[in-house]
Design a protein around this ligand. Sequence first.
Ligand code: GDP
Ligand code: IMO
Ligand code: MG
Length: 427
Amino acid sequence: MENTIVIGAQWGDEGKAKITDLLAREADIIVRYQGGCNAGHTVVNDGKTFKFHLIPSGILYKNKLCFIGAGTVIYPSVLCQEIEDLKKDNIDLSGLKISPLASITMPYHIDIDGYSEDTAKGSAKIGTTKKGIGPTYTDKVSRHGIKVQDLYDIDGLSKKLDNILPLKNKELAHVYGLKTYTKQEILDYCKKYADALAPYICNDWQEIFHNAIKNKSTILFEGAQGVMLDVDWGTYPYVTSSNPVAGGAFTGSGFGPNVVNEVIGVSKAYITRVGEGPFATELTDEVGEKIRNIGHEFGTTTGRPRRTGWFDAVVAKYGVLVSGLTSMAVTKLDVFDTFDEIKVCVAYKDKRDGKIFEYYPTNVNIHEFLEPVYETHAGWKTDITGIRKYEDLPENAKKYLNRLEQLMGVKISIISVGPDRHQTIFR
Ligand code: GDP
Ligand code: IMO
Ligand code: MG
């Protein structure tokens, strides 16, 4: 296998973890490079379901290095819980490595995210996962963040907190009307998790990465969220606070672009979105409900019902561009097994003047005036969950996939027809 980045090409939950787990079999190193425990990544292996938030989806194999990269934000209690759950399942965690440069989510980040979400009204509501993602990244960028390495330098951390905490407490009390924190409370929080995470902190990552390049190790990058939730390229402000696009793999991992040969985008055969923001092909009728029920479209992290809609080729084409996708993995094709017809959005039309958009309009304010231009495909009305060869797919399923390839401008290299590892067609 080539060194590969796997990213979400829609609004998250595309099935990235299933694809990462499959490819990880042939990888030596798997790196999660951005996001935090807002992610919910599901891997189903021989009927057993694993849900990852921060730990790379390659952890189920033995003898792989699984890195949580510098571009991630770590909410320690969730990561510790994830570690404990995997230990209970007898999963070998000796390959788990945490970057000393990753950012730590503090209790006040959770408080601020929760407060902002609960009090936001109308278009100000983002529908975040309330895992402190935005506030943690905000502090990182404003240089008030705490990094993993700070947990192991208590004197340095204490001095840092002398600068950060008075400001943070002012913000908590006077901007949000929230509880403040003493330095001791924060130090205790940091010490508690420093001990729990100590076995996994990777201070010799430079040597490991140098050797990996020298020895031509196979490296797999696992994105969280998706292109359309990217803070620079997504439907801003209805986005997350990191860079799920392929570029994030370099800023967030410690490897440069020269090591990567393939970028696989993952898309569902339809689209889902959790949280607020434009979603041109959203179906609020019984068809959307049918997709939600058959596809079990409820959030892995929050349990929220996911919004559902038809495949949007304008979105897919946008992802191909901004992430340099070399191919697409299409998941959940089986969800359409009972559908008479399937629609695909090929462009948007402005209801005001009939103007056609073939490329994604990045100003979210105009989306209320846009409607999708659809073409309709006949369904295949057969159970495809047992199919393992492309040739064996029903003709109408092949026609649908061929049309998607044509519209997106890249080939579909992987087709997923069920949640299990084995329910996959490689081309
Ligand atoms: P991720 O965040 O991109 O890793 O995706 P999630 O794990 O949040 O959501 C994908 C869901 O779809 C999970 O429950 C998977 O087990 C499931 N899934 C993945 N691929 C398929 C597929 O081809 N068919 C069906 N029916 N389910 C799938
Ligand atoms: P995976 O990796 C789907 C969405 C939230 C919200 C927005 C901002 O499983 O695909 P945040 O908590 O990040 O500040 O929320 O982003 N969101 C996701 N949606 N899948 C995810 O992760 C998501 N992570 C965040 O619902 O709309
Ligand atoms: Mg998910």
